[in-house]
Ligand binder design. Structure first.
Ligand code: ATP
Length: 364
């Protein structure tokens, strides 16, 4: 942080709807900082993404990596376009490369519906769902040290990598989060230890680390059964920690249970850096139409404020996080703001305006 209480934020609008939801979020962050007072932002726009690759031949330029490394936090919208691919057919995913670059092992994906948004599950207890999926974000089936191989049209292979140092940090992170949340005080390992060596190893380390957190209970679930629990008994979950690929899939299920991808925020946190970005991708099917719901990005920005506040001892940033969240709740609270993915007509501008109006009204 600069000496004048200004946080330097590397801002990646990226591709598709990413560009559309970035400005509303930045404006709300500036406004919440002005309302709370005592801190502000220096915005440092960074190039990256599929559209950038199409023009310049690289998806994540060196300059953006440098800027992001020097920043206090990274705020990223969405990246990738299905029609822009590497020669081997893969889409470019600089948002994933950034996680590797800065060692962002803990992908934090809260599953907590915004009050007033139509509940997807019929059970009334579903209104109170409040849990967090921690997606390991630099190894597993995405590990860059073991890239997939393909032998012509004969076979293709991928390797899952689980290492002790990353597991130890990841599980400690999950147990600490359960302590801080002070809810059910429970961490669940979501794995497939009955079939795969890598997950048996994972689970051994999970229970080893659990011993260091006496006040928190530890249990485990197989990923297939856990997917069912997310639908049938989601109120029984507190903190769930899982491998990269499983986390990718389960967090989309969590997003659906909140109302859609446009409601699901996330953070990718490492020891020294963190990226905050919505769980969704660049959604090319709705890009350019003004239909994108910016809520996931706004809530990711609130997570950024909370993280900055804790890291820099800035109570103002912490207050701004809860103020921004209350503004989102104020916007949706009456149940009349219905976004396009839920069959309503509220697009980017309508949601932005409603949150902005609510922000002007909430007590700080
Ligand atoms: P990626 O693999 O890059 O994460 P994805 O394949 O999960 O992307 P998304 O881009 O997340 O795909 O989109 C999935 C679906 O959710 C699409 O139908 C898209 O229109 C919808 N969607 C995603 N984000 C939003 C949003 N912010 N507002 C409304 N709908 C969205």
């Amino acid at each position: 942080m600069k000496s004048n209480n200004t946080f330097r934020i590397a801002l990646f609008p990226g591709d598709g709807i990413g560009e559309e939801i970035t400005d509303p979020t930045r404006i709300l962050l500036d406004e919440v900082a002005a309302r709370v007072g005592g801190f502000g932002f220096d915005w440092e726009p960074c190039d990256a993404g599929a559209a950038y690759y199409r023009k310049h031949g690289t998806a994540l330029p060196e300059q953006s990596i440098k800027t992001a490394r020097a920043a206090d936090a990274i705020l990223l919208a969405a990246m990738g376009l299905p029609d822009v691919r590497y020669a081997d057919g893969r889409e470019m995913t600089p948002q994933i490369d950034i996680r590797f670059e800065y060692g962002l092992y803990a992908g934090v994906r809260p599953v907590k519906p915004v009050p007033g948004v139509r509940a997807i599950l019929a059970d009334p207890r579903a209104h109170d769902i409040d849990y967090v999926i921690i997606r390991e974000s630099i190894e597993g089936l995405f590990a860059p040290i073991a890239p997939g191989t393909r032998d012509g049209d004969k076979e293709a292979r991928e390797t899952m990598v689980i290492t002790r140092p990353v597991c130890e940090k990841l599980f400690d992170f999950a147990f600490r989060l359960a302590e801080e949340r002070g809810g059910q005080k429970k961490v669940t390992s979501v794995d497939k230890a009955n079939v795969f060596q890598a997950f048996a190893f994972w689970r051994d380390i999970f229970y080893e680390r659990a011993k260091g957190f006496g006040g928190i209970s530890a249990d485990h679930a197989y990923v297939d059964a856990f997917a069912m629990t997310m639908v049938q008994k989601p109120w029984s979950i507190d903190v769930a920690v899982t491998e990269n690929m499983f986390g990718d899939i389960l967090s989309d299920l969590g997003a659906a249970l909140m109302g859609g991808m446009g409601y699901a925020p996330s953070a990718d946190i490492g020891d020294d850096h963190a990226v905050f970005q919505p769980c969704h991708g660049s959604a090319p099917d709705i890009a350019g139409k003004g239909l994108a719901n910016p809520t996931a990005m706004i809530l990711s920005a609130a997570m950024m404020l909370e993280w900055l506040g804790a890291r820099h001892g800035s109570s103002e940033a912490g207050v701004a996080a809860s103020t921004l969240r209350r503004a989102v709740e104020g916007a949706f609270g009456g149940g009349r703001l219905i976004t396009c993915e839920l069959g309503g007509d509220a697009g980017t501008e309508a949601v932005f305006t409603a949150v902005r109006d609510a922000l002007a009204r909430v007590d700080v």
